[in-house]
Write a new protein. Structure first.
Length: 328
C-alpha cells in the first residue's frame, strides 16, 4: 500500500517530469510558473475549445443505486441531454447497471467511488470483506456510515488510508474485471474524497487506471492544474441543492447564465416508482424532477439556443492521459 508521503513524492515527481523548467520555489504566496500558465487560461482550452466557449458536463451520479435510478439515467443519456454517468459498484442495483452498460458500450461512465451510504434504511457495501476495511464501518451499526454531517466527520476521522485504498481498488477492479472501460473517477457524498490524503490517493488511482478525475474544490483543482490536468473552471452544481418546485426555471436560468470555460452539473435522475419512493421518501422528487428536465424538449432547446457545448469525460480522460483527441 502507498503511504501519504509516497503519494506526495509521486505527485511532486510527476510535476517535475512533466514541467522540468518549472520553478520549484513556489509557495503559498507565490505560485509556480506552471500554475500561472495554466490559470491564465480556462481549462476548457486545454481540451481544444475556444477561449469564449461555454462547455458543460452533464453527469448523472448514482448509477447502480437502484433499478429505478438506472432506467432514468440511461433514458436521460440516450433520449435526453445528459452526457455521462457514474457507477456505484457496491450498491444493490450495480449488477443491473453493469449488464446495461455492457449492452451500451457507447454510454460513457465513470466510477462513483463510494465510502458512505445515503440512509439507514438502505444498506450496501463495502465491496471488500468488512473484516478487511474495519475503519470504514460505523461501530454502532457495523455498516458503512450514512450521509449526515456528523457521520461524514466520524468516517473521515477514523478511516485508515490503507483501508480506503483497499476498498477503492475493490470497486475499480470489480468494474474493470467485468470488461467495462470507465472514463473517470468521482466521489459519492465526499467532494474530492473529503480529505487531502484520500484526494491524493484518487489521483494515484486515476493515473494507474488511465482515468480522469472529477475535481471540484479549490485545493484539489490547484493540485490537478499543477500536474497539467484540466478540471472544471467554475463552481460545480449538485442537483440536490436546487429547489424541486422551481427546478425547470432554475435550470433554464443557469444554462442561459453559464459562464465561459468548463462547468459540470452533477444530476441525479430516477423514476418515481413506488419502490423507490419507499426507499428515498424525501429525495425521490429531486431525482424525478431531474429526469423530467433532462429528457424535456425545453432542455434541448435552451442548450441549442445558448450554443452550449455539452461533453462527457472522454476528452478529459484523453487529456489526463496525454492522448490526442479521437472523439471528433
Amino acid at each position: 500500500m502507498r503511504t501519504y508521503e509516497s503519494m506526495a513524492i509521486w505527485r511532486d515527481g510527476l510535476i517535475r517530469s512533466a514541467f522540468p523548467s518549472v520553478d520549484d520555489t513556489a509557495g503559498p504566496e507565490r505560485p509556480s510558473r506552471v500554475e500561472v500558465s495554466i490559470l491564465a487560461r480556462v481549462d476548457s482550452e486545454l481540451l481544444g475549445f475556444a477561449s469564449d466557449a461555454r462547455v458543460l458536463i452533464l453527469n448523472c451520479d448514482d448509477l447502480g443505486m437502484h433499478e429505478a435510478v438506472n432506467a432514468a439515467i440511461f433514458d436521460a443519456i440516450e433520449n435526453g441531454v445528459a452526457t455521462s454517468c457514474s457507477l456505484m459498484a457496491p450498491c444493490p442495483g450495480a449488477a443491473d447497471a453493469i449488464a446495461l452498460l455492457r449492452e451500451r458500450p457507447h454510454v460513457p461512465f465513470g466510477l462513483h467511488l463510494t465510502l458512505i451510504r445515503d440512509n439507514q434504511g438502505y444498506v450496501w457495501g463495502p465491496s471488500s470483506p468488512k473484516t478487511k476495511v474495519p475503519s470504514l464501518l460505523d461501530p454502532n451499526t457495523g455498516e458503512l456510515f450514512t450521509d449526515e454531517p456528523v457521520n461524514r466527520d466520524r468516517l473521515l476521522a477514523q478511516a485508515r488510508l490503507d483501508d480506503v485504498e483497499r476498498e477503492l481498488r475493490a470497486q475499480l477492479n470489480a468494474v474493470v474485471g467485468a470488461g467495462l472501460s470507465p472514463t473517470h473517477l468521482d466521489w459519492h457524498c465526499l467532494a474530492d474524497g473529503g480529505r487531502a490524503d484520500i484526494f491524493d490517493l484518487g489521483l494515484v488511482l486515476a493515473e494507474e487506471y488511465g482515468l480522469a478525475a472529477r475535481v471540484w474544490l479549490d485545493d484539489g483543482r490547484q493540485k490537478a492544474r499543477a500536474l497539467g490536468k484540466p478540471v472544471v473552471d467554475r463552481a460545480f452544481l449538485d442537483s440536490f441543492t436546487v429547489d424541486v418546485d422551481s427546478k425547470p426555471e432554475t435550470y433554464e436560468r443557469l444554462l442561459r447564465a453559464l459562464p465561459l470555460g468548463l462547468s459540470e452539473w452533477a444530476v441525479h435522475p430516477a423514476l418515481g416508482t413506488e419502490d423507490w419512493q419507499a426507499i428515498e421518501p424525501s429525495g425521490w422528487r429531486v431525482r424525478q424532477s431531474d429526469h423530467a428536465f433532462l429528457t424535456s424538449d425545453r432542455a434541448r432547446e435552451v442548450i441549442a439556443e445558448e450554443r452550449i457545448q455539452v461533453i462527457d469525460y472522454k476528452l478529459l480522460q484523453n487529456a489526463w492521459r496525454n492522448l490526442p483527441d479521437t472523439t471528433a
